[in-house]
Structures are given as structure tokens and as C-alpha cells.
Design a binder for this molecule. Structure first.
Ligand SMILES: NCc1[nH]cc(CCC(=O)O)c1CC(=O)O
Length: 312
């Protein structure tokens, strides 16, 4: 079959990088594609925090409309930005090989010392997980909300609203900012968001089976797939949109999967971390098991507290 696979994407530089990455993976298996840029609500409202406009689908709804009408065959997203449950009729069919999952501190200044409580430091971020984690481990650090794409955030930092940005390594690396990375943060403290570092491919359930299988064969990275299956099962129970500071990271060792994750209160005073381990083929069950453990050891109270704060 000589069908040109139409890849839908948002128009930001990072989104385009991801779309071209998928196009390259397809090309390597002899599959032709073309990129279709689609503007989403999330791209238009840059001045309001995502936590406030409601995280559900602000970056995905328009793409799903185009999937449903067959204008595009697949939509490409940062796996991290994908809701844990998709609307009826859609599915994630592939996850690309994961990039380094750490968070980083990025700055134009070279001497960023985030561990010394005697040095004042203002970090820009818009992630509740990162803000809460900073409050927990580094309460002396001040934060300011910095939104927009990476280029915008860097411009804001350089204009002086903060000393440095707290970001995902994956995005900074993909946008070519490695030389501004000052610290790679530990996975124990800054356990990443579910899915961080991988690119997810979404399709309508009605996508032609042959095309679907070709895409999976070209793009899906199996180990990443197991890891994200576990992490996303955890997220689904915690109902964590990106406004809730939950985190989880799965690793694979042979046939086994280790999943570590938890939740941190918005004020940073409470942080719960639990771990589960089992066969990787039980990824989804392990994710749910982790959720039970976290909820039962006080996560339920933190979650309730966060939800009532966000609904105010
Ligand atoms: N929330 C925005 C977002 N979505 C995906 C990435 C980076 C790439 C990735 O983690 O896959 C980022 C930027 C960031 O968190 O710094």
C-alpha cells in the first residue's frame, strides 16, 4: 500500500520536532508521511495557566477532531501531556523510545547553585509537580510561573524574571539547548512526570489496520511501551491531569518492571513515595497496585486536599 501517512501536530517547535521524529521513524521503514499543523486551544491561551483553564484536552481536542474526520491518520504528542484516559474512539498506538527522563535546571548564567540555602534563587516553571517538589526539598528557592514554549520561556528568563528554568531534559535537548543545562536533577528528588521523554502516537480506533500495524512496527519502542503502560495506569487511578503533582517512573530489568511513584502536597510539606515490582507483562496491574499503596499511605488525603484547593 502506498498511502502517505498524515501526521497531525501542534505548531510549536517542540511539537514539530516530535512530528519530524515520527516522520523519520516512518521513513526508515519506507513509509511516506506528511505533516499537518493544527492549532489548539492550549496554543491560543498563553496567558492563563493550564492548571486554571483545566488540563483536560486543551492540547488534544482539535487534533482529535481531525483524527475523527480522517483529515489526519495519527496525532503526535509529548506522552507526558496525554490524559491518562482518552475520549471514546481514540487510542495511543505507539510510544517512541524514551529520552533521558530527568528534569534539569537551565540558565544563561553559569553559576546556578540550587543547594545552598544562603544563596537566593528564583526558578521559573509552570509545573505544579516541580513547584511542590522544590518546596519539599529546597524551600529556600523562590518560583515564578513561566509559561509558553521553550523559546518564549528562555526569553522571559533572559529578560530577568527568573535566574533559571526548571524543565524536562528531553525538551531542552531536542530544542538544542544542551549548553545552557546547568544541573541534571536526581530522579529520587525530581521523579519525572508520567511519560516524560517519550513521544506518543494517537489514532482513531477506526484507522485502517494495515496502516496502524505499519506505524506501530516503525515507531513503537517496546521497553518504553511497558514503562508507560505502568506509569499511565498509576496516573489513571490518581486522576492526575498535569495540574496534580503526581510522579512515577518505571524501569525495566530483564522481564521485570520496577515502578516508583507518589504524590507531593502543593505546599511541599508532605511527599509520599512507594515502589512496586513484578513481571513487565503485568505493567498495568503494577500501576494500579502502586496507586493503591500511595493512596493507602496518605496519598488519598493529599489528593483530596489538592482537589479542594484547585476547585476554589
Ligand atoms: N509540559 C510541557 C512539556 N511537554 C513535554 C515537554 C518536554 C518533552 C518531554 O518531557 O517529553 C514539556 C516541557 C517541559 O516539561 O519542560
Amino acid at each position: 500500500m502506498n498511502h502517505k501517512i498524515r501526521i497531525g501536530t501542534r505548531g510549536s517547535k517542540l511539537a514539530l520536532w516530535q512530528a519530524y521524529h515520527v516522520a523519520d521513524l516512518l521513513k526508515a521503514k519506507g513509509l511516506d508521511s506528511e505533516i499537518v499543523i493544527i492549532e489548539t486551544k492550549g496554543d491560543k491561551v498563553l496567558d492563563v495557566s493550564i492548571a486554571k483553564i483545566g488540563s483536560k484536552g486543551v492540547f488534544t481536542e482539535e487534533l482529535e477532531d481531525q483524527l475523527a474526520s480522517g483529515i489526519i491518520d495519527i496525532a503526535v504528542h509529548s506522552a507526558k501531556d496525554m490524559q491518562s484516559s482518552l475520549p471514546e474512539g481514540f487510542e495511543l498506538i505507539a510510544f517512541t523510545e524514551r529520552e533521558k527522563v530527568n528534569d534539569i535546571i537551565l540558565s544563561h548564567q553559569e553559576d546556578i547553585d540550587y543547594k545552598n540555602p544562603d544563596k537566593s534563587l528564583v526558578l521559573g516553571t509552570s509545573s505544579t509537580r516541580r513547584v511542590a517538589t522544590l518546596k519539599h526539598f529546597y524551600p529556600h528557592i523562590k518560583t515564578v510561573e513561566v509559561r509558553g514554549n521553550l523559546q518564549t520561556r528562555i526569553a522571559k528568563m533572559e529578560s530577568g524574571i527568573c535566574d533559571a528554568l526548571l524543565l524536562a531534559y528531553a525538551g531542552a535537548h531536542r530544542m538544542g539547548y544542551n549548553e545552557k543545562i546547568r544541573h541534571l536533577l536526581s530522579l529520587e528528588e525530581f521523579t519525572p512526570a508520567v511519560g516524560q521523554g517519550s513521544v506518543a502516537i494517537e489514532s482513531s480506533k477506526g484507522l485502517n489496520t494495515e496502516i496502524r500495524n505499519q506505524i506501530i512496527k516503525a515507531c513503537h519502542h517496546e521497553e518504553t511501551g511497558w514503562r508507560l503502560l505502568a506509569e499511565r495506569a498509576y496516573l489513571r487511578v490518581l486522576e492526575g491531569g498535569c495540574s496534580i503533582p503526581v510522579f512515577a517512573l518505571a524501569i525495566i530489568e530483564g522481564d521485570m518492571l520496577k515502578l516508583k511513584g507518589g504524590i507531593v502536597s502543593l505546599a511541599g510539606d508532605k511527599r509520599i513515595v512507594e515502589e512496586v515490582e513484578g513481571e513487565k507483562v503485568k505493567a498495568e496491574t503494577l500501576g494500579k497496585k502502586l496507586a493503591d499503596k500511595v493512596l493507602n499511605s496518605g496519598g488519598d488525603k493529599i489528593l483530596k486536599e489538592i482537589k479542594s484547593t484547585l476547585n476554589q
